[in-house]
Write a protein that binds this ligand. Structure first.
Ligand SMILES: Cc1cc2nc3c(=O)[nH]c(=O)nc-3n(C[C@H](O)[C@H](O)[C@H](O)COP(=O)(O)OP(=O)(O)OC[C@H]3O[C@@H](n4cnc5c(N)ncnc54)[C@H](O)[C@@H]3O)c2cc1C
Length: 339
């Protein structure tokens, strides 16, 4: 039986490193642990939360129930064809280590997602993405343990309702499941995605003439390390807000006042506006507010500089949201899960 521990500090369990405590916590290594814990009174009487590496979570308050630290391990080849290989991966495996494992075995498809912190089980929750690739492009299926019924249920691609930093697990199924494994369909013959951000420039700087999944991963790592703060040195949770998507009419109206506005075309004539640009235009880049502040190199990242609290981070986020709303009439929504 996994041990249930009382009053656990969450400071080292999420990358914002704010002081907060869980009333109870336990570590799960497999579905059997979930089944055993489910029979306990603590499980029955309390709210439940699954936590991976806490790299997309902010604790504003103590958590009044049972937190389950997902540490389910394992990588297994479940199918192979001349074109693809299917890997079933334990939800508690580290995402970046999985990317490196795939690169060392020449399995292509997730090299652009190098160095994203977190666990494999959390990757489908917000359909992680970077440098023109999203998890859904290699996603085959997952198994999720329904907390209420104790049943393990299979979700295929269409069941997950993936969108931009979204899946059913952030929507109608929020907090109802513990994802226990994820199956990815990787490519034996890579298709490179080099046209996003600075990947091609960095490959040129590296002297790479013929790209490989390894050199692309190295280029992505270089770019990320040059721009994004390491949460161990500067506690943060990556992009705090999602990039907002606005209508063509709204965009055209903004264009008259802000001719340099940055955007990416979306479906149905909608435009995705980089939230970092909006925040920067409001003068927030590099600005501190007490013990917390906005990163000087990337305005989308909020930093907990000096043991700030979850509330201080949320207050800063609200001030940024208010300024962006006032200046652009655009609402910013957090990407981070705030508890
Ligand atoms: C420096 C930095 C850079 C980042 N860059 C990117 C990026 O480029 N692209 C991107 O998409 N994200 C990025 N992120 C965000 C983060 O890395 C991802 O969202 C990651 O998938 C979170 O994994 P985690 O295990 O830490 O999730 P957690 O923070 O532990 O959990 C996130 C949410 O998922 C739920 N959850 C976690 N595991 C499970 C499970 N097994 N079953 C059910 N629910 C679960 C939690 O309850 C919570 O609601 C970045 C974060 C940081 C700190």
């Amino acid at each position: 039986m996994p041990q249930i521990i009382d009053n656990v500090s969450l400071r080292d369990h999420h990358t914002f490193a704010t002081e907060a405590a869980a009333r109870y916590a336990a570590t799960i290594l497999g579905v059997e642990d979930l089944l055993t814990l489910r029979a306990s009174q603590v499980w029955q009487d309390n709210p439940l939360l699954i936590l991976g590496s806490g790299s997309n979570t902010l604790f504003q308050n103590d958590f009044p129930g049972l937190i389950l630290f997902n540490r389910i391990q394992g990588i297994e080849i479940v199918k192979e064809s001349s074109e693809h290989i299917w890997l079933k991966v334990g939800a508690g495996e580290n995402w970046h280590e999985l990317v490196q494992y795939c690169i060392s075995h020449e399995y292509a498809g997730i090299e652009n997602l190098s160095l994203i912190p977190g666990t494999v089980g959390a990757a489908p929750i917000q359909n992680i993405g970077a440098y023109g690739v999203e998890l859904e492009s290699v996603f085959e299926e997952l198994t999720a343990f329904e907390l209420k019924s104790g049943k393990s249920i299979r979700f295929d691609h269409s069941d997950c309702n993936f969108g931009y930093r979204f899946s059913i697990f952030k929507g109608e199924c929020i907090n109802q499941f513990c994802i226990t494994d994820v199956t990815l369909r990787l490519n034996k013959h890579p298709t490179f995605h080099l046209d996003y951000g600075q990947i091609q420039d960095v490959l040129n700087e590296m002297g790479v003439i013929t790209p490989s999944i390894r050199s692309i991963s190295e280029a992505v790592i270089k770019i990320r390390q040059s721009k994004l703060p390491d949460p161990i040195q500067l506690p943060n949770a990556g992009s705090f807000f999602k990039n907002p998507v606005i209508s063509k009419e709204h965009f055209e109206k903004l264009l008259t006042s802000f001719p340099n506005i940055k955007y990416y075309p979306e479906k149905n004539n909608m435009k995705k506006i980089p939230a970092a640009w909006l925040i920067e235009q409001c003068g927030w880049r590099g600005k501190r507010s007490g013990r917390v502040g906005v990163h000087e190199k990337q305005a989308l990242v909020i930093i907990n500089y000096d043991h700030g609290s979850g509330s201080e981070i949320c207050n800063l986020a609200k001030a940024i949201q208010a300024d962006v709303k006032q200046k652009f009439d655009i609402e910013l929504f957090p990407e981070v899960c705030i508890l």
